[in-house]
Design a protein around this ligand. Structure first.
Ligand code: ATP
Length: 488
């Protein structure tokens, strides 16, 4: 039996396809598992989210600059970063269904069912045992925890499990034309390493002084074993990461700063704060000092959308070791306690890392509403609307002449020409106006303007607001200004 949340999620996925937001990859060949393409409105929305992040980092912070590093990197990068040896998830297979699960997902799923039944204490105890055993990499005891609690496979319903094993998530390929002589290289599993290896190039060329940050957006690839939940977990996805380099000893303050600043960024999109929460990590990587996730209430529960990690000097020190090149910064500022300059050191790093596709899903699932409208005469109607924040909506303004004749299209075209250098407009003259409004609601266009016969007389038009559905008569020459004010 499906729950209302699952129904809602299915409706969002169908809507995303029907209205040109997200398509399964190579759909004519039945798609490719956990790989998706973005359609006309999806690619606009995705780009708008990326630009919103990029500006908040590089334009609003004087001490953050961007880079755009290649996806392919020298293979030693991934030895140094630990990904060759450690970038793996503990997995378990059910022998009856042949299905493979990430151990933490399997146990978390079981804990959620306990919580739903009111057995919160037991759920918490299992989760805390899991955290301890994962941290200790004690897979035999983890398997025992699964067996003792009779955690079964959702497909076969049995507890017939294999031992727990580790699977590396990196995709590899060959560089060079002669296969046997070619070097194995990896598709990057995160964008962060492109930032670390360029640390000194950026610091010197952009003349940055600590504390400073380097931001980057780009594709990352992970051979996720359990890839599901639409674009929540993909094999090819995009990250928006920022590494902030600080003086050792100040990382605690900067971690707090970024933890708060990143949540504020999410809230600046006008999304209900109750849908967000922090999840502080218990299980920390050995080099990490502190780490947390920003979680959002997706239709399938609270899940990570962004991670904030205090990574110490781990990455730069590792690259220094493997490359034999110094990764140090000279700090000329005077340390008040010694009266001398801080001198040379390997900076500490606080990282903020958010998935662009996951943020897209957050916006889409938060925006999607099926609404019943009561009309003035008491009858009801319904609409499906995307309440996408106006500043990142794919189209900002739909310009709709009431009819195709009588000079109305000419006025509408002139308005389109006036506005399109400033924001994305959509022009349409086909179908009844009500139908056109519904289509714009479904793709999340925040404003529609209708040009009618009165417009010819007095240069006034009707502006309709997507969220309130209010309509107002305003001067034609004020439209650009009104929209610019709302989206800035
Ligand atoms: P998860 O626990 O969900 O696997 P993670 O902790 O491995 O995520 P990070 O390595 O911290 O994720 O990556 C940073 C961000 O990148 C995540 O918060 C998420 O938004 C995004 N991300 C990670 N893996 C994927 C994926 N397979 N598909 C889409 N987005 C992803």
């Amino acid at each position: 039996m499906s729950t209302p949340e699952q129904n809602n999620f299915q409706a969002i996925i169908s809507h995303a396809k029907e209205y040109g937001f997200v398509f399964p990859s190579s759909e004519i060949y039945d798609g490719l598992s956990a790989v998706y393409d973005y359609g006309p409105y999806g690619s606009e929305l995705k780009k708008n989210i990326k630009d919103y992040w990029w500006k908040s980092m590089t334009q609003l912070h004087e001490n953050i600059v961007g880079i755009d590093a290649a996806i392919f990197m020298h293979p030693t990068t991934w030895k140094a970063s630990g990904h060759v040896d450690n970038f793996s998830d503990p997995m378990i297979d059910n022998k009856d269904s042949q299905k493979r699960y990430r151990v933490d997902h399997l146990i978390e799923g079981f804990a959620e069912t306990l919580t739903a039944k009111g057995e919160t204490e037991k759920a918490e105890s299992i989760l805390s045992q899991m955290d301890t055993l994962l941290a200790a990499e004690d897979y035999a005891s983890l398997k025992k925890l699964i067996e003792e609690n009779k955690i079964s496979c959702p497909i076969s319903g049995t507890c017939n499990w294999t031992d727990i094993r580790q699977f590396n998530l990196m995709f590899d390929t060959k560089l060079g034309s002669v296969t046997d002589e070619a070097d194995t290289i990896y598709l990057r599993p995160e964008t962060a390493q492109g930032i670390f290896v360029n640390f000194l190039n950026v610091q010197k060329t952009a003349r940055m002084k600590i504390p400073f940050g380097i931001a980057q957006t780009g594709k990352a690839f992970r051979n996720e074993i359990v890839a599901r939940q639409f674009i929540f977990r993909m094999r090819e996805f995009e990250q928006m990461e920022m590494q902030f380099f600080v003086r050792p000893g100040t990382e605690g303050e900067w971690y707090q700063y970024w933890k708060e600043a990143r949540l504020q960024w999410h809230l600046s999109l006008g999304i209900d704060a109750k849908k967000y929460r922090y999840h502080d990590h218990v299980k920390l990587a050995h080099y990490a000092k502190e780490a947390c996730d920003i979680e959002f209430e997706f239709p399938f529960g609270f899940k990570e959308v962004e991670g904030i990690h205090s990574r110490s000097d781990f990455d730069l020190t590792q690259h220094q070791l493997f490359s034999k090149k110094k990764m140090q910064y000279f700090d000329a500022d005077v340390d008040a306690s010694t009266g001398k300059p801080y001198g040379n050191y390997v900076p500490y790093v606080v990282e903020t890392s958010i998935g662009l596709d996951r943020m897209f899903l957050l916006i889409l699932s938060n925006a999607y509403h099926e609404e019943t409208i009561t009309k003035e005469d008491g009858t009801t109607d319904s609409r499906t609307v995307l309440h996408i924040p106006a500043k990142i909506a794919p189209n900002k303004l739909a310009i709709l002449p009431l009819t195709k004749k009588d000079g109305l299209p000419e006025i509408a075209r002139a308005l389109t020409d006036e506005c399109k250098p400033f924001f994305k407009c959509f022009y349409e003259e086909k179908d009844a106006i009500g139908k056109r409004y519904r289509r714009q609601d479904a793709i999340g266009t925040p404003f529609c303007v209708t040009i009618d016969h009165q417009s010819k007389e007095d240069n006034s038009v009707t502006i309709r607001y997507r969220d309130s559905m209010l309509q107002e008569r305003v001067p034609l020459n004020k439209i650009k200004e009104i929209v610019l004010k709302e989206i800035s």
